[in-house]
Design a protein around this ligand. Structure first.
Ligand code: NI
Length: 178
């Protein structure tokens, strides 16, 4: 497997609607997921979507290990999610800071739905069906947005809360990017 270049905002692939995966358990899908895992680990990310490494297919990975340095970052189980489908549960939204490996060095406040159900399959075709809320639900929405060509700044209603991480949070490790 390999660490791949993460495309940055402005690259046309990041604006495309990605296509569904049609076959599970293939060497091609295993290689893609392996490259995504290696790249996310190398970048110390909370999640990564296939378009971010130039592959316009509906595959995301995410996961956050509990870390005392990031007390606000709740634990999120490591997940490979192919062809995800999100169903929002309730109308409630909440605001939270987000970063993105494709928008390096910046953070912004994004409103997201608080609770949702997400379903799909892993790379072997095993079904996934979970209910998530809070930070877990935020990460899922951020990653799945990448599959529809949406980057988090496009979700921001208030650009006054958008800035460089080291200026917004001087001296603080602000946590992983998505
Ligand atoms: Ni992102």
């Amino acid at each position: 497997m390999a660490i791949r270049e993460v495309l940055r905002m402005g690259h046309p692939v990041l604006r495309q609607v990605a296509v569904p995966v049609e076959r599970f358990g293939t060497p091609e899908l295993a290689r893609l997921v392996g490259d995504m895992k290696d790249t996310m680990a190398h970048e110390n990310g909370a999640g990564l979507a296939a378009p971010q490494i130039g592959e316009s297919v509906r595959v995301v990975i995410f996961g956050v290990t509990a870390n005392p340095r990031y007390p606000d970052a709740e634990e999120v189980p490591f997940t490979v999610l192919v062809n995800p489908v999100i169903t929002f549960l309730g109308e409630e939204t909440e605001e939270g800071w987000e970063g993105c490996l494709s928008v390096p060095g910046l953070r912004g406040v994004v409103p997201r739905r608080t609770r949702l159900r997400y379903a799909g399959h892993d790379e072997e075709g095993r079904p996934i069906d979970r209910i998530a809320e809070g930070f877990h639900a935020r990460v899922v929405q951020h990653e799945c947005d990448h599959l529809d060509g949406i980057l988090y700044p496009m979700r921001m209603p208030d650009m006054s809360r958008f800035g460089f991480t080291d200026v917004l949070f001087p001296g603080i490790d602000a946590g992983p990017d998505d």
